[in-house]
Design a protein around this ligand. Structure first.
Ligand code: SAM
Length: 148
């Protein structure tokens, strides 16, 4: 549903039907979703372009949609590394099949992790493989403003 609200193409008929009904009850839902995603994009763009961040840990990444973190970061910095973490196994599996990193960079999905319990498991394999102590600090960001 989130993807449909964002104007993406990775959604199902049931998502579109449910969103149509939901928008009648809450017309601002589309604006809220787009503003949330736009904030994510602005934050990542600023960090890659101006703050010198080269590695990103996206916690609560959800399903792939419009403006994924690695797309935004690698548009600016093709060698950026991104690890996606989500507590829901279906989210992680969906991402695993849809990661198209630029050849100079890397991106991966870390297996299901609930970061409220432990952050160290979020940086386990493949996170550990992607991160380098010699490089700029990793950004740990919880961007899940309306997560369930
Ligand atoms: C709506 S998506 C947000 C997608 C993207 N971060 C954004 O803001 O556009 C929220 C995701 O956060 C995940 N999530 C919620 N709590 C979490 C936690 N404690 N650890 C990891 N993932 C979590 C949910 O499973 C859901 O897939």
């Amino acid at each position: 549903m989130y993807d449909y609200l964002l104007g993406g193409k990775d959604n199902f008929a049931a998502d579109r039907e449910t969103v149509t009904v939901a928008l009648e009850a809450w017309p601002a839902a589309r604006t809220a979703a787009r503003e949330n995603r736009a904030f994510l994009g602005r934050a990542v763009r600023y960090l890659a372009e101006e703050a010198g961040i080269t590695q990103f840990l996206d916690i609560g990444s959800g399903l792939p949609s419009v403006g994924n973190v690695h797309e935004v970061a690698q548009d600016i910095l093709p060698s950026a590394h991104v690890v996606y973490v989500d507590k829901r196994p279906d989210r992680a599996r969906a991402r695993a099949g849809l990661l198209a990193s630029k050849p100079e960079g890397k991106c991966a999905t870390s297996m299901p992790t609930c970061v409220t319990r432990t952050t160290s498991s979020a940086t386990g394999p493949p996170g550990r493989r992607l991160t380098s102590a010699a490089d700029r600090a990793i950004l740990c960001a919880v961007l899940q403003l309306h997560a369930g």
